[in-house]
Every structure is written in structure tokens, then in C-alpha cells.
Design a protein around this ligand. Sequence first.
Ligand code: R5P
Length: 284
Amino acid sequence: MFVVGGSASKLLSKELAKSLKAKLATVEIKRFPDDECYVRIEEDLDGEDVFLVQTTWPDRNIIELFILQDAIMEFDIGSLTTVVPYYGYARQDKQFKRGEPISARALAKLIQLNTDEFITVDVHTPTVIDWFDDVSAKNVPGYPAIGRHLKSKGVQLVLSPDEGRAENAKRVADVVGCDADFLVKERLDGETVQITPKTLAVKGRNVAIVDDIISTGGTIAKAAEQLKEQGAAKIYAMCTHGVFAGDALTRLKAVCDEICSTDTIENPTTCVSVASEIARIAKD
Ligand code: R5P
């Protein structure tokens, strides 16, 4: 069994190979002067079950995923499981206005052309995996990994920034062994959110705010400001997918004591791996 890692998912590929007790393939990946991508798998994958790991964000990693799938399929492999740890474009899961694409579906159609199975992690809209109608598709929850990390931090309350994800905060809290609650959020535009003030039992307590994605940081920053005003002790900002667009990290560092994300997107805040969660579901 081999794990092939794309350049967006090097850390996670390594961890997944350990969890699956598979070999990590040596792969050459480079860009031509015109930015076209070149890949070469330097292993013999004939007869092997292969896991390809590559996040589809930013865009350049999408083409890399497709040509890695193609390179793998050139061997006489046993099977290919494509793992997309962070499914870019999952937020465009419907036509909000006439004339728009359903980008999440467009990606699904293309990914499943060259794979036997598909695995993703905490996909923003879980129904996205229903578009994988030709292959088996699974959505791995990130909450056990987040809970594992927070358990060592003395967190006393886990909060979801909106009611829609309250169940996820509850699951994290169950792993930590503490209380959970949720805030009430309204998105005004792509960069601005409004969090309705809500009195919570946070005074003197360490609080974790858990979201699936941190993009501009607006949601968590607003929530953290309110919690500080209510006397929270430490504030931990946690997410599965750390996109951190623009100056999100600077914005969050001003109001949070720790910012942490999983390795679905590798960045300086990556503090916990979802490899064991992926390995577990892969063996099911
Ligand atoms: C929204 O539904 C998501 O769960 C996140 O809350 C959102 O993507 C966070 O975005 P931002 O960091 O830009 O506020």
C-alpha cells in the first residue's frame, strides 16, 4: 500500500502513511517556467492500493490533483482512494443567483473520473459527497482531532459561532469533557458578520470557539471580542480548515490566546493531525 502526497498535503500524507502502515511514495512535483505543473511518481505502483492526498485549495492544487490521479492510473494499481482533506469550493454548493455554477458539484464530477473511492474531511456542506455518485465517498469528522488538542489545554467551555454547528461543538466538548454552547451569527457580507450578544457562563473560564473553516477570521474575531468583554480567561480559536485569507491571522492574534487548525490545510497554526481519523474510516 502506498500514500502519494500532493504538494498541498505533505504533512498529512506522511502522517497518513504512518497511520495506515503504508509506504510514502517519492514524487517529483515542479512547475515549468510558465507555471504549468509537472509530476512524476518515482515508485512502481503496479498491484498496489494507493491513497492520493491533496487539498483542492488554492486553485493550482486542483490541477495538481488531476494530473497525480492520471499518473497513478498509468500504473496497473489495485485501487485508488483520493483523499481531499480540504474540499475547496464546497461553499458554492447551490445556485445562489441565476447564471452561477454549482462549483462544488463541478469539482465532484471531475475528481470521481479517476478514482475508486473518495474521502474528505469536515466538508462545509455534507451533501456535497452525494455528488460522488460513481464512487464510494466518505466525509470524515474533524472533531475528534480538535477535541484531542483541546483536552490538554484546560478548556472549560466549547462554543460554536452559530447554531448550525452547535452539534459539532457539543461533540468536541464531549471529547474534552466540558460544557458546550453556541452563539448566534448573521453574515452581512463576505467579510462582515454580526454576532448577537448573548450572556454565557464564561467569566474566568477558558473558552474554545470551534468552526469548520476560518477564512477572513471575521466570525471568530467578533465572537472572541464578546467573550473577552464578558470576562473569559483564555480564548482558543480552533478550526478544521485554516484558510486565513488576507490579514485573518493578525486580526485573530489580537483577540485570541491560541489559534489552531488541523493539517487539512498546512499552515503555521497547524497543531493537530486528522490522519488517524482518515485511516480509521478508510479501513471501514
Ligand atoms: C460558515 O458557514 C463557516 O462555517 C465559517 O463560519 C466561515 O467560513 C468563517 O468565515 P470567516 O472566517 O470569513 O468569518
